[in-house]
Design a protein around this ligand. Structure first.
Ligand SMILES: *Cc1c(COP(=O)(O)O)cnc(C)c1O
Length: 419
């Protein structure tokens, strides 16, 4: 399974063929066919992923890296095969640069804790942006508090893009004291695709360490960590067709070697005495305790599933959905889209004058349509746009234009009822 993927032919894009692989799409909600537009919160899982996870428990369940017995060896091999699949997918140089975590939140907490220890001194600065998820704000805030550093923020424009400076100083907020740039590839609330390759290049020129929140990018864009040039990149399995409770922190080998461990325990040690402990090699230095083995195996399967398709074709399909939804939603009286960046993934946040997002979400649910309502874990961004929350529809490879038309009809009906 290792080196042939480049030459393997990708499947053509057939949305019905894709839909048939997602058992949940046959469910009814309030007697209506499920229309699942909450993929930015968590995506649905293809049968292959569900099977891989349960097959682990049914046939090879054992702990990894611990036993010499047959099942333990099989479990270890299956977990390490998942690591290699993910390495290839994100084009990391080494498999040991792929650290397994419980999700983006854990990955970013690891990054912030460890980089804080390694780099931050009083008066230093950490730079984030105004469109970050709380998971890419709070861990850095905590690190800044621990080390007497300051959190700085790149502002967001009215269209939901980063407010960048002129080309000779792309990022106005960088200073001699900036040590870390932590930035999302794609905004979960606005759908904005940030120009992170340029931002990373600018930061690296100044010796600043870069951490990417890739939670919303991994299932929708080609993420090539070497091409991006980032030091760290975090993402969750469950937003990329994989199981909940799984995630990855990619890190450049040289940096991971220098970073101190985050959590201590079994698996991450070399030699323990009460006087001193030495740590295991990468990646195990950062993987204390028994991992979510079944989940990791499911995660590997999710990435193999994505590899079967041309990601550009998936992205093009999702873009068609986005354009159709954008055009049609704007025909609704008093509706405003929050986030109108030029470069977007299939995420659309909107508000309707005089209608609370919670009421709209409830009425859509009664029609079988699942959307997210609220602040989407981006309270500072809500404040920036002067709204308490939005209704958000977020698309995946298995969604259809017809489903968007159902949402539009249901939204129009709900708007009439609520006004
Ligand atoms: C969902 C999300 C997170 C947090 O991911 P978890 O899976 O909840 O840990 C962080 N950042 C972004 C942009 C997200 O969309």
């Amino acid at each position: 399974m290792s080196t042939t993927a480049d030459t393997v032919e990708k499947k053509g894009y057939d949305v019905e063929e894709i839909r048939a692989q997602f058992p949940i799409l046959k469910e009814l909600v309030h007697g209506k066919p499920l229309v699942y537009f909450d993929n930015a919160a968590t995506s649905q899982k293809p049968r292959r992923v569900i099977k891989a996870e349960s097959a682990f428990y049914a046939t090879i369940n054992a702990n990894v890296h611990r036993g010499v017995h047959t099942l333990s060896t099989k479990a270890t091999e299956a977990q390490e095969a998942a690591r290699e699949t993910i390495r290839k997918h994100i084009n990391a140089k080494h498999a040991h640069e792929v650290l397994f975590t419980s999700g983006t939140t854990a990955s970013l907490n690891l990054a912030a804790f460890s980089l804080g220890q390694l780099l931050l001194k009083p008066g230093d600065e950490v730079l984030i942006s105004g469109m970050e998820h709380h998971a890419n704000i709070v861990p850095w805030q905590l690190a800044c508090e621990r080390h007497g550093a300051k959190l700085k923020v790149i502002p967001v424009t009215d269209s939901g893009e980063l407010a960048l400076g002129a080309s000779d100083h792309l990022i106005d907020q960088l200073s001699d004291r900036t040590r870390i740039l932590a930035i999302s590839h794609v905004s979960n609330t606005l759908g904005t695709i940030n120009p992170i390759k340029e931002l990373i290049a600018e930061a690296r020129k100044r010796g600043i360490i870069t951490a990417v929140d890739g939670a919303q990018a991994i299932a929708h864009l080609n993420v090539d960590v070497q091409d991006l040039g980032c030091d760290l990149c975090a993402f969750s399995g469950h937003k990329a067709y994989g199981p909940t409770g799984t995630g990855v922190l990619y890190g450049r080998e040289e940096l991971l070697e220098r970073m101190p461990p985050w959590q201590g325990g079994g698996e991450m040690i070399d030699v323990v005495t009460f006087a001193k402990t030495t740590y295991a090699k990468l990646p195990f230095k950062f993987e204390a305790g028994t991992p979510h083995i079944a989940g990791i195996i499911g995660l590997g399967e999710a990435f193999r599933w994505m590899e079967d398709y041309d990601k550009a074709a998936m992205a093009a399909h999702e873009h068609t959905l986005l354009e159709h939804a954008t055009t049609e939603l704007l025909t609704i009286d008093g509706l405003r889209i929050i986030g109108t960046a030029k470069e977007k993934v299939g995420v659309i946040s909107f508000v309707i004058d005089g209608i609370h997002h919670y009421d709209l979400g409830t009425l859509l649910d009664q029609q079988g349509i699942a959307v997210r309502t609220g602040h989407h874990c981006t309270q500072p961004l809500m404040e920036r746009f002067g709204v308490s929350g939005t209704t958000r529809a977020s698309f995946a490879s298995f969604n259809t234009v017809e489903e968007i038309d159902s949402m539009l009809a249901a939204t129009k009906k709900a708007a009439k009822m609520l006004r």
